[in-house]
Design a binder for this molecule. Sequence first.
Ligand code: ADP
Length: 260
Amino acid sequence: TEKLSEGDFNVSLPFIGNDELGELSGSIQKLSNDLERLKTERNEFLASIAHELGTPLTYLIGYSKVAMRPGVDEKDRKHYLAIIAEESERMKELVKNLLDLAKMDENTFTVSKEYFMARPFLEEILRLVGPSFKLKKLRLELICDDEIKIYADPLRLEQIILNLLDNALKYSVEESVVTIKILNKGEKTAISVQDFGIGIPTREIEFIFEKLYRVEKSRSRTSGGSGIGLAIVKELVEAHDGSIEVESNLGNGSTFTIFI
Ligand code: ADP
């Protein structure tokens, strides 16, 4: 859409009547509204990115300056450096995710589907995330029949599930359970991740898949979120011709189910 120029509209029209003219002018008006909306969305997105990258940068500059002050206590200096390292990690993660999204938008990434057994695949993922769940005293539960096969791109599916598990971990209350359940649903496989965490207000659910959208910015910031995980999940699921559903109640936890 952005490559359109005035010249593109310089086409000679055959004789047209008033009705068609009205229709045409309506279409042009709609096109111009769409362009305007795209421009606004792009600006909002850029502003969010600038903000997301700008906040950690403020910390990096501030803490590196105080860490360099002569006579600063060694223990304090280590603390400042730890914050610098943590904020840099966040920025790196965000930039990586943004690049992923850009590739997806341009369709320059590929999905190579294959059949594989669900259970060993999921057990491997659970092994990967096990330690961070243990740290928060969360119990991870897997419900999956031995014979279930999945048809998907294993690397992309791992990325999807890791993102959902990462959220379940971030938004769970301590000492609760997170369950992954796999079921055959006709031609598709349903994979759900259920947590008993803080939940999502109903009116927010429609927005959580938008890029950089976060429910209550402050609660996500303390748990290290950048509001991009679910946008990536959605794109990856759609690239598989799959779909995603959410069930959530504030205070009662959330269940994300993908059909692939
Ligand atoms: P973030 O990096 O902030 O977690 P996501 O795109 O993964 O970004 O999620 C968007 C928002 O949706 C989050 O900020 C959070 O408020 C909400 N959310 C996502 N998953 C969950 C969950 N399992 N429980 C509660 N809230 C969630």
